[in-house]
Design a protein around this ligand. Structure first.
Ligand code: GLP
Length: 244
């Protein structure tokens, strides 16, 4: 595991974007596993900037997103499909038909999940998976639980996640209570993993993720077992880690 310390959010975003750029340059037809949330917004802005300068070409890239709220469609401005379109896809030359997000409008969870698993397999797995970190240690929407869920599944969001994500909605009642998320096995099968973490509020959980026991109670702790993980975190997020 390699840990890069960034000065702040902006620096974290630049460093993360550099790693993603290197992946695209070295393998133009790579499969990127992408994430939503506030953590990757700056990374995507940096990638867009480099694309506009002519330094990056997304024309052969495939993307597979981690998760989607169940019940929200692409036109809902809180759906993760909408987020990806507005924060990245609309601004670069990626082929939208090669961008995948779970189908939030598919009411049949089993169908939605098995179709997504098939997409991941068909595309040959993920070359580089970008991850943010939830305050409770979740990755994607793999919430703390009694076991690591392997493949794409429908989750009941925890109170703390609903609480954390309500800032994007008009009211807490509007936050969907369920989501479809890629499972831990699919994430762990990514050839490289890049985790971005920013802010003092993530310092405690980041320490647990990196140095605590590997347990489904802290889903991201499983990353300790992956052999190619890069963490890019700012000073505030790394403030509880000793020996850096
Ligand atoms: C959300 C997403 C995760 C994201 C996490 C952290 O609920 N499902 O993929 O990494 O929470 O979000 P943020 O980056 O806004 O702190």
């Amino acid at each position: 595991m390699t840990i890069y310390q960034a000065e702040n959010y902006q620096d974290m975003s630049r460093k993360a974007a550099n790693i993603i750029s290197a992946q695209i340059i070295m393998k133009p037809n790579c499969v990127l596993g992408l994430a939503t949330g506030s953590s990757p917004v700056g990374t995507y802005q940096q990638l867009i900037e480099w694309y506009k300068k002519g330094d990056l070409d997304f024309s052969q890239v495939t993307s597979i997103n981690l998760d989607e709220y169940k019940g929200l469609g692409p036109d809902n401005d809180q759906s993760y499909r909408y987020f990806m379109n507005t924060n990245l896809f609309n601004h670069v030359n990626i082929d939208k038909t090669r961008t995948f997000v779970p189908d939030g409008l598919e009411a049949d969870s089993e169908k939605a999940c098995s179709e997504y698993n098939q997409i991941i397999t068909r595309e040959g797995g993920i070359d580089l998976q970008l991850l943010g970190l939830g305050h409770n240690g979740h990755i994607g929407f793999n919430e703390p639980g009694a076991a690591f869920e392997k493949e794409t599944h429908c989750v009941d969001l925890t109170e703390s996640t609903i609480e954390a994500n309500k800032r994007f909605f008009d009211s807490e009642d509007e936050v969907p209570k369920q989501a479809y998320t890629m499972g831990i096995k699919s994430i762990m099968q990514a050839r490289k993993i890049l985790v971005i973490v920013s802010g003092e509020s993530k310092a405690e959980i980041l320490n647990e993720v990196l140095h605590g026991p590997i347990t489904p109670a802290v889903p991201a702790s499983i990353l300790q077992l992956h052999n190619d993980v890069t963490i890019v975190a700012d000073k505030a997020a790394l403030s509880r880690i000793s020996g850096l």
